[in-house]
Design a protein. Structure first.
Length: 146
């Protein structure tokens, strides 16, 4: 596993330690992490702070060309909201830790030219499976299910 997915997993574990949902993300431009984030919906009582959104927010305002050289690493397949941000800023590549516990609109992203790399990483899968088993109500709230 590369250093960037390890950093995303660190973010996921940080979120879990804070009482949140263990999903992490990092934004990498030209081989450097420029933004880190983790799901903070619980911690901030937020409706939008998924890991990818938190990561993009923490990266700050960037020029359009920077996003076009970026790679987003996320421990979990991005949802519709987070995928929309990828499309809006034309981020060309997402490295996904796992998509077994949740799969966002991956085919749509591919149809719009986004390269997806699915790792099916055991740590990412284990983090989510254990969290969902222990906190099903919170998980379904996070993904908009009942």
């Amino acid at each position: 596993m590369d250093e960037f997915m390890r950093a995303a997993i660190e973010e996921a574990r940080k979120g879990l330690a804070e009482g949140g949902i263990p999903i992490g993300a990092v934004l990498v431009i030209d081989g450097t992490i420029v933004g880190r984030g983790h799901n903070r919906r619980v911690q901030k009582d937020s409706v939008i702070l998924h890991a990818e959104m938190d990561c993009l927010e923490n990266a700050g305002r960037l020029m359009a060309g920077a996003y076009r050289r970026a790679v987003l690493y996320s421990t979990l397949s991005p949802c519709d909201m987070c995928s929309g941000s990828v499309l809006l800023y034309k981020i060309p590549k997402i490295v996904i830790g796992e998509h077994q516990t949740f799969q966002g609109p991956e085919e749509y992203l591919r149809s719009r030219g986004v390269e997806l790399v699915i790792l099916d990483d055991g740590d990412c899968i284990r983090l989510m499976r254990e969290f969902i088993a222990a906190n099903p109500e919170l998980w379904y709230e996070d993904i908009g299910e009942e």
